[in-house]
Design a binder for this molecule. Sequence first.
Ligand code: GLA
Length: 732
Amino acid sequence: MSRIASVFLICVLAAAGLSAQAIQYSESSKTWLLNTHNSSYAMGVGPNGTLQNLYWGAPLWRVDDLPAATMRREFSSFDPPNMEQRDEFPAWGGTRYFEPALKVTREGGNRDVVLRYQSHQIKENNLDITLKDIRDDIQVVLHYRVYPDHGIVERSATVQNKTPKPLMLESAQSATWNLPVGETYQLTYLSGRWAAETQINHEAIHQGMKVLESRKGLTGHDINPWFAIDAGDATEEGGGVWFGALAWSGNWRITVEQTPAQQVRVTGGLNPFDFAYPLKPGESLETPAFYAGYSDQGFGAASRSLHRFEREQIAPGGASARLRPVLFNSWEATQFNVNEANQKEFATAAAKLGVELFVMDDGWHGTRTNERSGLGDWDVNRQRFPSGLKGLIDHVNGLGMDFGLWVEPEAVNADSDLYRKHPDWVIHFADRPQSELRTQMVLNLARKDVQEYVFGVMDKLATENHIKYFKWDMNRPFSEPGWEEEPPGDQRKLWVEYVRNLYGIIDRLRARHPGLEIESCSGGGGRVDLGILRRADEIWTSDNTEAFDRLRIQEGFTQAYAPKFMSAWVTDVPNSLMNRRATPLQYRFLVAMQGALGIGANLTKWPADDMTAAAKMVALYKRIRPTVQLGDLYRLHSPRTGDIAANQYVAADGKQSVLFVFRRAQEYRAPAPPVRLRGLDGRALYRLESIDGKLIERQPQLSGAYLMRVGLNLNLRNDFDSTAVILEKLTQ
Ligand code: GLA
């Protein structure tokens, strides 16, 4: 059902006096129905007190329609009733042989926990359900929050030790999501590695378990904490898709498990690998938020729900956050060789192109002239910047641009004053060798003193300089995760405390410096998730800026994350860091203009013609920016499936739409196929504007119906050809 249709349904129901509240509860059947504009989610308490999922899918509106949760029968002594029960939050105990959402060891070794419904509380769109162990005062509060307009349900759990004895948590998940029984399913997920992030995979779900996870301390480039499941028949534009994203930037895990009874469950939260979290009497642990939704309009609509949700509910500033500015970044132009003179030159050139935010990357501080030293020392390098940062910042501001600065506050080189002074501050096991990656180690942010130091460094930089934006980088995973100061059994808390403290530092920094913006970067897209997006305005998508490779990375990124946050730079060709491929300037611009546009090239070497063309592209981007950053994305042709890739953006008010089309190679003089548009008003007329004359249609106006059913023919003849068409809806 489209959003408009569901809003209509809700209005009709309201007019008929039927309730379509976000949370409905039936006391007689002890069931809850959570409603969004395009989905519903229901659970109920069974006769034995277990909390069971009853439904997840297209909208329902009447809680009383739902049957009360029941007990299952024993199928065989090897298939106990619990195996078929759709537990909302299964603890490990009794006869449960599937992935638990909670596993606890008591002092003395007892590890059996069986949770039963205790009580619940509804406050507006929030529902808390408290479960308790059948014997002990081990309590779990399941938090549900419904976002009716966004089609999202948020879940997390607080595990409370109300017993008089210490407990050790060995698994603490955010949620278990049960899929409807009776379908065969397909899983879609994003995988890759450094410079090849967010590649899309589809695979059939069979009996057994698929594990998506990070054990690196960071979200990771390898697999992203997002999933989508369909019955194998969903497309970009049609079919049921259940999807979810976990908000955690440390060791996370999502398991997709099909039981012998053909039940598919998705369980996600803190990775139980090397996990142990002690809870003293009275202590509790809250697990990260796990967001999920359902769309009956395919992967495209699922993405659009998430995009809008991220823009309006997750990212700093919400719906009132500013549009992302066009930025320049120095990294690919000079690598570590930054100095006041070359940065000023770049700034002057960037300003001529219409750049709004000038970001100086690595190499400005301590003895950091290469990757082997200086990380950890955050004083400006006075040889390179004789007047400190002020000279450069004044120059940048004088040109009308904001100033941004690269930092990597969580890591340290052995060759740094910080490490010489505090060798014990890095994550390590005593008397064991310490691995270095990119010749650096990780500071133990779980420690209070390290946390304060890192906050202090960042606060000082932001206080003493007119800095609008930090590109916050983190260039290596954790290793040897020891934490000597903690008692031996407690050291594994590090995985959780680190991430919480990282979040805490950024939150404090933002509170102390209103208006300060953060880009989340981890060697490219190593820290992309909804947890960091709560405190980051922009995300560095990948260190791979080569435009053709980028098409696929960006296609995967936008499955889960909004184009507004997808930082994308135009860089020099042949691409020196990746593959020596040389795509035309227009192609590079159009690829980058599909997200938050940046320029990461050596502008001082650009010929005048390129500068003129680039200035025009930046001006064009500013014209279409609200549509790209705040509009609806329709992925029309996947770069994975043919030599044409096309994406279309439709403005929130429907008045503007922009089509981007890319061709890899023309073969045998075959013309490019027509590109059929989506998301337009079929009855409206649209004025067409080709950015480069490659639109074959000569009519200046076409109807939405024609554009969506017949499509546009584009004259794309060359290798790495590209074009864009802007459509303006005409008022009738
Ligand atoms: C990481 C980032 C790059 C750049 C370098 C600097 O690799 O992803 O964009 O900032 O670090 O060392």
